[in-house]
Write a protein that binds this ligand. Structure first.
Ligand SMILES: Cc1cc2nc3c(=O)[nH]c(=O)nc-3n(C[C@H](O)[C@H](O)[C@H](O)COP(=O)(O)OP(=O)(O)OC[C@H]3O[C@@H](n4cnc5c(N)ncnc54)[C@H](O)[C@@H]3O)c2cc1C
Length: 479
């Protein structure tokens, strides 16, 4: 089958990759001149990379790790010590660590929590542990049911002291969905905690060894094209062309630079666009269907990724850091964490600014000035005194609508990969899968979409050569 896919983010590329494994021929249309969507990156005039987001790969990402294996690029993941490191706002320039010993789960997680005495008292740890019992006993069913509460409401309901939220979970909420605990659904935090506590290496983190566009997306494109597929950049989907019965007749690709629009005809069609542009593009006829109306319940959340190059080394920490700053979420000195960005003399900080709703319309200069203010607290030895580090250059990347905002009640609006339109499918981190809106979620959704296409083809009796490879992918997806 020929399958047209709009969007070359991780979900679209994953869908195309698994379709080629099953012997199909995908054609991927990407609106921009760069691969990767929310993992896209660019090189500046000096040859330095800057990215849409600071991206962390977790041990609890089975589909992503399998994809690295299948592409034979596992050596590109730079695994860090099994720890979580938080700044201590009360003692600027110092850190508090949760170190996971080399023991089976959940013992290693419990030991990491009990071993940290800077952030939580014993009474708070015990109250938190008791609060988590229903999630541990009842599992995913309970986790899903808690989508009606925000994390703050859930903590209150479980009688967990507010200080636990302040110390640990503001940072975690911002890292997971770029919003605060009063806004984020309890399901998001409980899902992450479940994975982190149930899998020995669930919370272990890796950085990619370079820019995701080159080091992860390009190998996917090579894999797809070597097997007969095609990936086009600068190829925006302009319109869904429909048959009389409402099914898709073709994708109309917008012609750029004076070129004519082009009709892309295929056997099956996939939207791998984020939910926000998809909603805008839905044909009027489809908008009447409840399935597509549910998408109105989802909307991307703003976030900003800041890159700052300094004239000296600010830290030698080779890990992700939770800033616990009101302005910032997580950050890392990429000159330590990432092989391609390595520099033994100068730091390059990549910092996520969240929540970003009050900042997304501000100028880069205002954003950098505010971030510098925070850096004085994070690195007091290097700013404010006589030995002040100089900022050499910066890049600010704003994403006004990034992953869907996971406020309470959103789970019910996440669509399946199959739609009521027989030859039209959805893929993307926002579609229903068990891994939140993340790189893992995007890759898994792509795999699930490829599987759904294969089984619908099977039903339509289009082909009988697809079963074995797709079956393998499915088993891995649900393992
Ligand atoms: C700042 C930031 C930090 C993050 N940190 C992490 C992290 O540490 N770990 C993690 O797991 N996840 C992280 N994420 C989330 C992760 O990046 C996303 O969940 C994932 O990349 C989404 O992939 P996707 O394919 O679903 O969507 P997207 O990446 O948004 O891909 C959609 C694609 O569709 C294209 N498109 C749109 N309209 C059209 C059109 N008309 N025609 C053709 N193409 C179109 C877009 O250009 C884009 O390439 C982060 C995200 C951000 C923004």
């Amino acid at each position: 089958m020929r399958v047209a896919i709009a969007g070359a983010g991780l979900a679209g590329l994953s869908c195309a990759k698994y379709l080629t494994d099953a012997g199909h021929t995908p054609i991927v249309l990407e609106r921009r001149d760069v691969l990767g969507g929310k993992v896209a990156a660019w090189k500046d005039a000096d040859g330095d990379w800057y990215e849409t987001g600071l991206h962390i790969f977790f041990g609890a990402y089975p589909n992503m790790l399998q994809l690295f294996k299948e592409l034979d690029i596992e050596d590109r993941l730079q695994w860090k010590e099994h720890s979580m490191i938080f700044n201590q706002p009360n003692v600027p320039g110092t850190y508090s660590r949760f170190d996971f010993p080399d023991l089976p789960a959940p013992v290693n997680g419990v030991a990491a929590i009990l071993g940290n005495n800077d952030m939580l008292t014993w009474a708070e740890k015990i109250r938190f542990g008791i609060g988590l019992i229903p999630a541990m006993v009842q599992g995913q069913k309970y986790v899903e049911a808690m989508d009606k509460y925000s994390w703050s409401e859930w903590m209150k309901k479980q009688n967990i002291p507010p200080r636990v939220e302040k110390e640990v979970f503001i940072a975690m909420s911002k890292a997971l969905n770029f919003i605060d605990p009063q806004e984020i659904s309890a399901t998001i935090l409980l899902t992450a905690l479940n994975r982190f506590l149930q899998e020995k290496n669930g919370s272990k983190m890796a950085f990619l060894d370079g820019a995701p566009t080159e080091r992860l997306c390009q190998p996917m494109v090579d894999y797809i094209t070597e097997r007969g597929g095609e990936v086009r950049l600068n190829a925006p989907l302009k319109e869904f062309l429909l048959n009389a019965d409402g099914s898709v007749k073709g994708f109309l690709q917008r012609g750029l630079d004076g070129l004519e629009d082009e009709i892309i005809a295929a056997d099956m069609y996939v939207s791998a666009m984020p939910v926000d542009p998809l909603k805008v593009m839905l044909p009027g006829e489809w908008k009447k269907l409840e399935f597509f109306q549910q998408l109105d319940g989802l909307e991307g959340v703003p976030v900003i990724n800041v890159h700052m190059w300094f004239d000296r080394k600010l830290t030698d920490i080779d890990h992700l850091l939770f800033s616990r700053s009101p302005l910032l979420s997580v950050y890392a000195d990429m000159s330590n964490t990432c092989r391609e960005y390595a520099n033994s003399d100068r730091s390059m900080l990549e910092l996520v600014l969240a929540p970003a709703k009050d900042w997304i319309n501000k100028s880069d200069e205002e954003i950098i000035a505010a971030t510098m203010g925070e850096l004085e607290k994070l690195f007091p030895d290097h700013f404010g005194g006589s030995e002040t580090a100089s900022l050499l250059k910066y890049h600010v990347v704003k994403t006004p609508r990034s992953v869907y905002k996971a406020t309470p009640g959103r789970q019910q609006y996440r669509p399946s990969q199959t739609t009521p339109i027989k030859n039209f499918f959805l893929t993307g981190d926002y579609t229903m899968q068990r891994y939140l809106a993340s790189m893992e979620g995007a890759v898994l959704s792509g795999k699930l979409t490829a599987q759904a296409i294969a089984s619908s083809a099977e039903k339509a009796n289009l082909t009988d050569r697809i079963q074995t490879p797709i079956q393998t992918a499915t088993n891995a997806a649900t393992a």
